[in-house]
Design a protein around this ligand. Structure first.
Ligand SMILES: Cc1ncc(COP(=O)(O)O)c(C=O)c1O
Length: 511
C-alpha cells in the first residue's frame, strides 16, 4: 500500500506532525479506507529518508486519536471504526457527486468581506521588519508556566463551566487599575469587556452600529483590520486625511457619521500622535453629532519620550468614546486577548452581542493575565521591553542616518514601528521591498504591512519598519540589505519609476 507524503524539512511544522496530519487527511478524504494495511514505520521511514522515531511518533498520535489500530498478524491498519461519523464526509460527497439526480444550485454565501492580510510565516525572511511584533524572546514564559500550573491545580471547576460573558472580574479590575495609572481613564470594571483582541471588539462594535450604508469615518491610510471589518458589515467608509499632527479632524466639519475610528496615540500606519487640540475638537464633533469615537490604542504601552498623552477616553465627558486595548503588543498576539471600555449606556447591548458571539473569553488565559497584572509583573515586563525596544529603535535610526543621510521618519517617539519616507533617488517602495527580500530581509510597503490606502500621499514614497522583534545585529543587517538593494537597483534602473521632482504627490500636501 502506498502512502503519499509531501514533507517540508526545516519548515515551521515538525516532520512528526506533517506525517500525522497528512495520513489523517488521507483517511478523512476516504483515500485510505478502513481496514487497509498501512506500511510498517521502518518501511515508511526508509522510503522518505526520515527517522523511524518520527514515523513511530506520528503513528502513536494517529492511534491515540483512533485513526489507525494494531491488527494481529497483519500489522497496522486504518481503523474499522473511525472516530466520528463526520469522517465519512469525503466519501459521502463522492456518492452524491456521482448520483444522477441533478444538484440544486446552492444557497449563495452572503458574506462579501475582504480578508485582512497577515504575514505568511512560510515565505518571510529571517530578518523581518513586520510592524507591531513584540520580541518573542521577551515572552514571560516562566511566569505563564507557573501560573497555568497553579491554576490548573485547583480551579478545574472554573474550566468546566461558563464564566461571565464580559470576562473574569479579577482581570477586568486589574485592567481598570492599569488604565487609570497609564492612560488617565477612570472606569469601573463593569464598563470593561474582555475580547479576543481588538479585532473581536471591532466586530462587536460593527454588530452594534453598522448596517448597509452606515457611515463610518476612518483614517487615510487606515488599519486594515478596522476598515475591512466595518466594510464587511456594509459600512460606507468616509476617509479623513492624516498629517504630522494625526487625523485631520478639521475635515469632519459638516460630516455626519455613526462612528469615527481613530488611532490617536500612534496613527497606524503613519505613526503620528493626535495633538491635544485635535483630540478636543474630535470630542466636540462627536458630542455635537451624536457619533461614537472608536479609539484604537493598540501600541500605547510604548512611549519613549515626551509627556504621556491622555487617551481620548480619559478626556471624554460626553460618553462618546469606545476605547480598545490589546495585549497583542505588550505580551503577544497569540494570546488573542484585548478589551473594550464602553460608555455606560452601551454596556448591556455589548454584553448581549458578546454572548451571541462566544459566551465570553477563555478562563485560564484570563486568570493568568489577571495575576500578571495584579502582581506588578506586567509593569516590570513593560519597563524591561520598553528599554530594549528603544535601544533597537535608536540603532535603526542611526543606521539609516549613516547609510542614507538624515532620515525623514514618523512615529519614532512611541510604538513599535516607524514610517520612513524614502530619500530622493531611491526606487519606489514595491521595487525596494522586492529587492531587499532577495537579500534575506523583509521590509514593507504600507499596503504590505496591512494599511488600506484611499489615495493618501504616503503609499508612493514611504515604507514601514517594525523594529521591536529584532536585535540590534538584525537591524544592522537589515539596513545593510537596504543599501545593497538600492545599489543593485541603481545598476538596473526600474522602468516606469516616477520622477521624484515632478510627482505632485510629493509636493507636501497633507503631510
Ligand atoms: C492599529 C491596530 N489595531 C489593532 C491591532 C491588534 O489587534 P489585535 O488585538 O486583534 O491583535 C493592530 C495589530 O497590528 C493594529 O495595528
Amino acid at each position: 500500500m502506498i502512502i503519499s507524503l509531501k514533507l517540508q524539512r526545516g519548515g515551521p511544522e515538525t516532520l512528526q506532525r506533517q506525517v500525522f496530519v497528512q495520513i489523517r487527511n488521507q483517511i478523512l478524504d476516504g483515500w485510505l479506507t478502513p481496514g487497509l494495511e498501512i506500511p510498517a514505520s521502518r518501511t515508511l521511514a526508509a522510503e522518505y529518508g526520515i527517522s523511524r522515531n518520527t514515523v513511530v511518533q506520528a503513528y502513536e498520535w494517529l492511534s491515540s486519536e483512533g485513526y489507525i489500530e494494531a491488527n494481529k498478524g497483519v500489522g497496522t491498519i486504518v481503523s474499522r471504526t473511525l472516530p466520528e461519523a463526520s469522517l465519512y464526509v469525503g466519501r459521502t460527497n463522492e456518492k452524491l457527486t456521482n448520483s444522477r439526480t441533478p444538484a440544486a444550485p446552492k444557497v449563495p454565501v452572503v458574506f462579501k468581506g475582504r480578508t485582512p492580510r497577515l504575514p505568511d510565516r512560510t515565505v518571510r525572511q529571517a530578518v523581518d521588519f513586520w510592524p507591531g511584533r513584540p520580541n518573542s524572546r521577551h515572552f514571560p514564559a516562566t511566569f505563564f508556566k507557573k501560573a497555568v500550573d497553579e491554576h490548573l491545580g485547583f480551579s478545574t471547576m472554573a474550566l468546566s463551566e461558563y464564566g461571565d460573558v464580559a470576562g473574569l472580574p479579577a482581570l477586568r479590575s486589574a485592567i481598570a487599575d492599569q488604565l487609570k495609572a497609564s492612560r488617565g481613564i477612570s472606569v469601573g470594571l463593569d464598563q470593561i469587556i474582555v475580547t479576543a483582541g481588538i479585532q473581536e471588539a471591532l466586530n462587536l462594535i460593527s454588530r452594534l452600529f453598522v448596517e448597509a450604508g452606515t457611515k463610518v469615518v476612518v483614517e487615510n491610510p487606515c488599519y486594515q483590520g478596522a476598515a475591512l471589518a466595518f466594510e464587511s458589515y456594509g459600512a460606507q467608509l468616509v476617509p479623513v486625511g492624516v498629517d504630522r499632527e494625526g487625523t485631520t479632524v478639521e475635515q469632519l466639519r459638516g460630516v455626519s457619521a455613526s462612528l469615527a475610528y481613530v488611532t490617536p496615540s500612534h496613527q497606524f500606519p503613519t505613526g503620528a500622535t493626535l495633538t491635544i487640540e485635535r483630540r478636543l475638537k474630535l470630542l466636540e464633533w462627536a458630542q455635537a453629532t451624536g457619533a461614537y469615537i472608536v479609539e484604537d490604542d493598540y501600541d500605547s504601552d510604548y512611549q519613549y519620550s515626551g509627556p504621556p498623552m491622555i487617551a481620548l477616553a480619559g478626556l471624554d465627558n460626553s460618553r462618546s468614546v469606545i476605547y480598545l486595548g490589546t495585549f497583542s503588543k505588550s505580551i503577544g498576539a497569540g494570546l488573542r486577548t484585548g478589551y473594550m471600555v464602553l460608555p455606560p449606556q452601551l454596556v448591556d447591548h455589548a454584553r448581549k452581542v458578546k454572548s451571541l458571539m462566544n459566551y465570553g473569553h477563555p478562563w485560564l488565559e484570563q486568570m493568568v493575565l489577571a495575576d500578571f497584572l495584579a502582581t506588578g509583573s506586567f509593569q516590570r515586563h513593560l519597563r524591561r521591553i520598553r528599554r530594549s525596544y528603544a535601544a533597537v529603535r535608536d540603532c535603526l535610526i542611526d543606521g539609516l542616518r549613516s547609510g542614507f543621510g538624515e532620515p525623514d521618519i514618523r512615529g519614532a517617539a512611541n510604538g513599535m514601528h516607524v514610517m520612513w519616507r524614502l530619500p530622493p533617488g531611491f526606487p519606489d517602495p514595491e521595487t525596494l521591498v522586492a529587492q531587499v527580500h532577495e537579500f534575506g530581509v523583509e521590509i514593507y510597503t504600507l499596503a504590505g504591512a496591512g494599511a488600506v490606502d484611499f489615495g493618501s500621499p504616503y503609499a508612493a514614497d514611504s515604507i514601514l519598519l517594525g523594529y521591536s522583534s529584532l536585535t540590534e545585529d538584525e537591524v544592522k543587517k537589515g539596513v545593510r540589505a537596504i543599501g545593497r538593494a538600492v545599489e543593485a537597483i541603481g545598476n538596473h534602473p526600474v522602468s516606469g519609476r516616477k520622477s521624484w521632482s515632478g510627482d505632485p504627490q510629493h509636493a507636501g500636501a497633507n503631510r
